[in-house]
Design a protein around this ligand. Structure first.
Ligand code: C2E
Ligand code: CA
Ligand code: CA
Ligand code: CA
Length: 279
C-alpha cells in the first residue's frame, strides 16, 4: 500500500476513485434496499450453559442484493452508518425483530428475549427511546422481551448521553447488553454505572480459550467481574466442546456460537423452540 505523502495526490489515484465509486453505488443501492424489501433477519440462539435452554435469540441482518446475492452486514453497515441510512434500517430491524418475537409467543412457543444490535449513530439520535416505544407498541411485544446490544465504544463516545438513554430504556423495561466486551475501553469505574443486564465477551477472547492461558485469565476475570456487578455473562463465538467445558468450569452464564447453532431463519428458530417445549 502507498504511504500517505506530503501532498494530497493520493486522493486522486485510480484506486481511490474506484473505491469512492463503489461506495457511491453501494449508497444508492442501500437506499433502494429498504423500499424493495431486500433486508431480512436471521436469528442465532443464546443458550443457558447449565440448563442448555434457549433463553434469547440475536437478530442479525442480511441483505439480499439483486445481483450479488446475500451480503454480510460488515460490508454495508459501515456505509449505512456514514450516510445515516442506518437509522431507517435499524428502525426496520427493531420493528421486524419485535414482530417476530411476538409471533413466536403467539404460536405458544417458550418465551425468549429478542436481542437487537444498535449502532452508534442510532444511539446518538435523540429519539431512539421513542422509536423503541413505537416498535413495542406496533408489535405488542412486552418490553422485558426486548434487549438492545450496544458496544463499549458506542457508550464511550458520549458516556453521559449513553447512560441517560440506557436508563430511560431500562425504565421502560427494555434490557441492555454490552456487545464485543473487552475490545473497547470502558474504564472499570464507568462499567459499574451502566444499567446493563449482560456482558457479551467478544469472540476474539473465546477463540483460543481452550488452550491459551492469557485468554483463560481474561475470560475468567471478565466472568467474575460481570457477575460481581450483577450482570450475566455470555460468551460469543463458541465453536467447540472444549470451549464449552472451560466456560462451564468458570461459571459463565450463557453462550452463543456455531457450537450450538449458526444464525438461522425465523422458521428454524420456531422449530427449535417447539422441540424444547415438548421434548
Ligand atoms: P455481532 O453483533 O458481534 O454478531 C455476531 C457475529 O458473529 C455475527 O456475524 C454471527 O453470525 C457471528 N458468529 C456467531 N457465532 C459465531 C461462531 O461461532 N463463529 C463465527 N466464526 N462467527 C460467529 P454477522 O451476522 O455477520 O454480523 C456481523 C456484525 O454485523 C455483528 O456483529 C453486528 O456488529 C453487525 N450487525 C448485524 N446485524 C445488525 C443489525 O441489525 N444492526 C446493526 N447496527 N448491526 C448489525
Ligand atoms: Ca451483537
Ligand atoms: Ca458481538
Ligand atoms: Ca462483533
Amino acid at each position: 500500500a502507498k504511504e500517505f505523502g506530503r501532498d494530497n495526490f493520493q486522493f486522486y489515484t485510480p484506486e481511490f476513485n474506484s473505491r469512492a465509486h463503489e461506495k457511491f453505488v453501494l449508497q444508492g443501492e442501500l437506499r433502494n434496499a429498504l423500499v424493495r424489501s431486500e433486508f431480512s433477519l436471521l436469528y442465532q440462539p443464546q443458550v443457558d450453559l447449565r440448563s442448555g435452554r434457549v433463553i434469547a435469540v440475536e437478530a442479525l441482518i442480511r441483505w439480499t442484493h439483486p445481483t450479488q446475492g446475500v451480503v454480510a452486514p460488515m460490508t454495508f453497515i459501515p456505509t449505512a452508518e456514514e450516510t445515516g441510512l442506518i437509522v431507517a434500517i435499524g428502525d426496520w430491524v427493531l420493528h421486524e425483530a419485535c414482530r417476530q418475537n411476538k409471533a413466536w409467543q403467539d404460536a405458544g412457543l417458550p418465551r425468549v428475549t429478542i436481542c437487537v444490535n444498535v449502532s452508534a449513530r442510532q444511539f446518538r439520535e435523540r429519539n431512539l427511546v421513542s422509536r423503541v416505544v413505537n416498535a413495542l407498541r406496533d408489535s405488542g411485544l412486552e418490553a422485558r422481551h426486548l434487549e438492545l446490544e450496544v458496544t463499549e465504544s458506542l457508550i464511550m463516545q458520549d458516556i453521559e448521553l449513553a447512560v441517560a438513554t440506557m436508563n430511560e430504556l431500562q425504565e421502560l423495561g427494555v434490557q441492555i447488553s454490552i456487545d464485543d466486551f473487552g475490545t473497547g475501553y470502558s474504564s472499570l469505574s464507568a462499567l459499574k454505572t451502566f444499567p446493563v443486564a449482560r456482558l457479551k465477551i467478544d469472540k476474539s477472547f473465546i477463540d483460543n480459550v481452550a488452550d491459551d492461558e492469557n485468554d483463560q485469565a481474561v475470560v475468567s476475570a471478565v466472568i467474575s467481574l460481570g457477575q460481581k456487578l450483577n450482570m450475566r455473562v455470555i460468551a460469543e463465538g463458541v465453536e467447540t466442546e472444549d470451549q464449552v467445558a472451560f466456560l462451564l468450569k468458570n461459571n459463565c452464564d450463557e453462550m452463543q456460537g456455531y457450537h450450538y447453532s449458526k444464525p438461522v431463519s425465523a422458521q428454524a428458530i420456531g422449530k427449535l423452540l417447539k422441540a424444547a417445549a415438548w421434548p
